[in-house]
Design a protein around this ligand. Sequence first.
Ligand code: FMN
Length: 349
Amino acid sequence: MIKRKAEHIDICLEKQVEAKRPTLFECIHLIHNALPELNFDSIDISTSFLNHKFSTPILIDAMVGGAPESFEINNNLALVAEELGIGIVVGSQRAGLSFPSLAETYSIIRKKAPSIFLAANIGATQLLKGFGKEEAQRCIDMIGADAFVIHLNPLQEVIQVGGEPHYKGVIDKIHNLVDQLSLPVIVKEVGFGISKEVATKLELVGVSAINISGSGGTSWSAVEHYRALALGDKEKADLGKTFWDWGLPTAASLIETRKAVKIPIIASGGIRSGLDIAKSLALGASLAGMALPVLKQVTISRDSLASFFRKIIYEFKTVMFAVGCSNVQTMREVRYVITGELADWSKQT
Ligand SMILES: Cc1cc2nc3c(=O)[nH]c(=O)nc-3n(C[C@H](O)[C@H](O)[C@H](O)COP(=O)(O)O)c2cc1C
């Protein structure tokens, strides 16, 4: 499992692993305001999510932990996140639970970022293998978490060499954990999106927030395709190729999930600019999450990551000025027009 994580990181850094089909955010057109009646410097981009204050509505989505190189990556993510007031979801903590000596590759984040929103993370399939309240509490204590994230990755489990595509009974297990944990539980996808049907089930069992993680960004079919190729498994490599662009495009997933549930939503999957963040908020998200671009920058240097986020924040603030919004709350009420393929999706939801 540790070797696999290291292989995933290497593939993500070396290969083209993004979906070829877009997020469909390009079909959202925010309405320009030629009379914004505000000064750029007075724009407030702070927000709160699950009672935690963020300086900016950005989350570093779940990635690493466990593999030895994770220590340095998480150390640098933490320092930048603390400086800029950004939240972090850690990568799956399975390795840290199985090998306590690896716990510090995760816990370094809380050490270096004492004030940020930090969320624990485990895969849904673990819940079917005896992972319960006690294990969840160990994950939470490992990093001083503010929330507990469960990731759903059924398609990835099928394509992955050595994957475990067992999902029967997962929703009941999620329900049990929600009842047993005192922290909020968030459920996320890994890049294929959440539909309105799934969102409704999650809300009904008491989940506190949903991270839709739709398609248009990192494709786990692509990542597992390259890993299968390297391992000489042609059948899995072909499967990964076939499902490269599977899933609900992020903007489509966000629209249908927003219509279906009242709980907060995080938009992720292909978020690549401050404009994407602004569009996510306009469609009803509370935060926007990013994974792959963050990994690419942090492995260049900590400064490179900090400059990347400053650029994104500047873009986001510029959109807010251009649509005449002085704070994040009003950004959620801004007018927009939906065109093209996304208009077709939204008509049918
Ligand atoms: C290197 C890497 C490792 C990831 N590992 C995890 C993980 O352990 N748990 C998880 O919930 N999601 C994981 N993800 C998925 C991301 O959190 C996110 O949902 C997905 O990559 C889409 O966002 P993006 O297009 O910005 O990369 C990982 C993503 C990357 C790039």
